[in-house]
Design a protein around this ligand. Structure first.
Ligand code: ADP
Ligand code: GN1
Ligand code: MG
Length: 366
């Protein structure tokens, strides 16, 4: 293990005895550990997480966002008389001096959450009901935050979903070609270049005031929502580092990117990467069932398009990282980011081929 979790744990107000910890989950950004404790003789788990501060450059501002967001959701749940509150939103465990995170001697930022038990995240979708429930939960999350009081949330990564900027970053990486990889990915680059027009569409609509800025999760991949083991419902939206102002369609598109794909994100057999229309229908139904009344007509009209755009955007990001020498996303093999980029691009192609069907589904639901 890269870190001494027993030492980290001592800095939090655990009121329990540390037993062990192990790396947990398959996130690409932070270092996540599941730790087991003994609490008056009973075994309980917690999540300790090291925030990747090379990516999130202002961890304290990020934590301020998370504190505001989780306490707002908690208050709403209480006001609505909900049960099981500590499983319905992330709950931070404070440090011994009452802070939301602990900075270790090496300058790492650590936080601790209650472990959401009896629920799981899924890297790959297994049923249309999962798609419905995940989308409903992410829609509810947007709704819960629609009346967040106080100042605008911090942009934890400025321009995170600015698709024009993401496209331009790829262009710069191709020009710099710092790892001499551009020649070997000519076809992938060409695929991206042919689709440049796509990247300005939502930004232009936003500039014209046709789609509003709201608070979004901004990283709505399927494994960022925990589905309850018993009911299969989306019990808890997690990974709140990127909760910030954005467009509702970023969240919808990113859910579809992962839930319409029948394979892993890094599948190497691209013939298996085919967008699943039935999953799109379930996602649209789930999302509209919770967030539908917040959406403008222009947002509804672009639900199908957003799936292509965000899938394309993440493809651009993986390809850029491949060209830049894999400095952003965690990789586990050579060419990992390229494999991931190719899966996204194959999905874009597949989504383009069913665009009419997707728009028909949305029209029927409205
Ligand atoms: P990353 O930003 O690296 O993706 P996440 O916050 O998504 O990190 O955490 C990684 C994984 O850890 C999640 O996909 C989930 O399976 C698990 N996880 C995170 N927080 C909790 C929690 N509070 N309770 C249970 N599991 C969690
Ligand atoms: C990262 O943190 P994680 O693994 O849930 C990334 C997302 C990408 C995703 C691709 C902060 O999500 O934007 O869509 O990988 N998060 C960040 O799988 O960059
Ligand atoms: Mg995650």
């Amino acid at each position: 293990m890269k870190h001494d979790l027993a030492a980290v744990a001592q800095n939090f107000d655990m009121r329990a005895d540390f037993i062990s910890a192990e790396p947990y989950g398959s996130g690409h950004i932070n270092d996540t550990y599941a730790a087991t404790y003994s609490q008056a003789g009973t075994k309980v788990r917690y999540i300790h997480q090291r925030i990747n501060h090379l990516i999130f450059k202002e961890p304290l501002l990020l934590m301020e966002n998370i504190e505001r967001v989780t306490s707002h959701i908690k208050n709403r749940l209480i006001a609505n008389g909900m049960d099981d509150i500590n499983r319905r939103t992330l709950t931070l465990v404070p440090t011994l001096n009452g802070k939301s995170c602990y900075i270790d001697p090496d300058g790492n930022y650590w936080r601790t959450y209650l472990f959401v038990e009896n629920a799981k995240t899924y890297d790959e979708i297994t049923s249309t009901n999962q798609a419905f429930q995940a989308a409903k939960a992410f829609g509810e999350f947007q709704k819960q935050l629609a009346d967040l009081p106080g100042p605008r949330l911090h942009d934890t990564i400025p321009g995170f979903h600015n698709t024009r900027q993401r496209f331009d970053n790829l262009t710069k990486a191709i020009e710099a070609d710092s790892h001499n990889r551009a020649a070997s990915v000519k076809a992938d680059i060409e695929f991206a270049m042919q689709r440049e027009a796509m990247v300005d569409i939502l930004l232009d609509l936003q500039a014209k005031g046709e789609i509003p800025e709201i608070i979004t999760h901004s990283d709505t991949k399927l494994n960022n929502v925990m589905l309850d083991d018993k009911t299969s419902k989306g019990i808890c939206v997690i990974d709140l580092d990127t909760v910030m102002p954005g467009l509702s369609l970023y969240d919808f598109g990113d859910m579809a990117r992962t839930a319409m794909r029948p394979t892993a994100e890094d599948e190497v057999d691209l013939s298996k990467v085919v967008a699943q229309l039935d999953m799109f229908k379930a996602l649209a139904e789930g999302y509209l069932s919770s967030a539908g009344d917040m959406l403008t007509q222009a947002e509804k009209d672009h639900l199908a398009f957003s799936t292509q755009l965000i899938t394309f955007e993440i493809g651009l990001r993986f390809l850029t990282d491949h060209l830049e020498g894999d400095t952003y996303f965690k990789t586990h093999r050579d060419g990992h980011n390229l494999d991931r980029a190719r899966v996204q691009f194959k999905m874009v192609e597949s989504l383009e081929s069913i665009d009419d069907d997707m728009n028909t589904i949305v029209a029927e639901l409205n």
